[in-house]
Design a protein around this ligand. Structure first.
Ligand SMILES: C[S@@+](CC[C@H](N)C(=O)[O-])C[C@H]1O[C@@H](n2cnc3c(N)ncnc32)[C@H](O)[C@@H]1O
Length: 239
């Protein structure tokens, strides 16, 4: 089953305080269905025993779930270790529920082995509570809208939408800490909106990462972009 069919069959709770998957989430899922995504992981070295995935700002957990579904259905039989993180405790609860409700879709895959799937959950402000480790795949669909000044009493759902005055503060903070959690072989996927200050963000990220726009969609007043980032090899300090 491809992901566009799978998502129609997923049980995803809809509650007020947790971001329900929308066009931005589907932009990521659409790319996961693209053969280019599989190609990134088919040639992993034999010595690599585990693929580590981080779904930052997991919301309902749909991006991480679709990623492991895709990897298992592509026949990648290594251990898959998925880490979910969200600053919103309710998102973590919804994600656990979503995994329980939908796990059978993974079990039904030919290459599924129960010992090969490990899932962790962290209520975490970005990386604050995530143990130090190196991830192979990092996904982040962040809050990307410029803060609405008329909101004086923000609700939890506002934290899913607003990324500071220019819409890029959560993503910028994420990239500042990300360096210690990835290597030059890691693949980082993130969403942006043209309503945010991309002219500031992208040149800044380009100092440390190779950044590629994978696909984008136009929605009413903004374009969403799905970007891929790969860390530039760390250079040794010159004496
Ligand atoms: C646009 S929603 C995306 C949800 C889900 N990943 C999806 O694509 O459907 C952004 C998510 O980031 C979370 N978030 C916002 N700020 C965060 C932070 N500082 N640390 C961790 N998660 C954060 C929000 O709670 C929300 O669940």
């Amino acid at each position: 089953m491809n992901l566009s069919e799978l998502i129609l069959n997923l049980q995803i709770p809809r509650i007020d305080d947790v971001y329900y998957p929308s066009d931005d989430s589907y932009l990521v899922i659409d790319y996961l269905d693209n053969p280019e995504f599989e190609k990134l992981f088919l040639n992993l070295s034999e010595s690599k025993k585990e693929i580590k995935i981080l779904d930052m700002g997991c919301g309902t957990g749909i991006l991480g779930f679709c990623t492991i579904y895709k990897l298992i259905s592509a026949g990648i039989c290594k251990t898959i270790h998925l880490t979910y993180a969200d600053v919103n405790q309710k998102a973590i609860e919804v994600t656990k529920f979503m995994i329980n409700e939908n796990f059978t879709h993974l079990v039904n895959l030919n290459h599924f082995k129960s010992d090969n799937v490990i899932i962790d959950y962290y209520k975490s402000d970005l990386f604050d509570t995530i143990p130090s480790q190196l991830f192979d795949i990092v996904l982040f669909n962040p809050p990307y809208l410029p803060q609405d000044e008329e909101i004086t009493n923000p609700k939890p759902i506002d934290q899913a939408l607003y990324g500071g005055p220019e819409g890029i503060s959560v993503l910028s903070a994420f990239f500042r800490t990300l360096k210690t959690y990835v290597t030059a072989d890691s693949h980082i996927f993130f969403i942006t909106s043209t309503l945010g200050a991309l002219h500031t963000l992208l040149p800044c990220l380009s100092k440390d990462y190779h950044i590629t726009l994978l696909q984008n969609i136009h929605m009413f007043f903004e374009d969403f972009g799905l970007f891929h980032a790969k860390e530039k090899p760390k250079t040794t300090d010159k004496v």
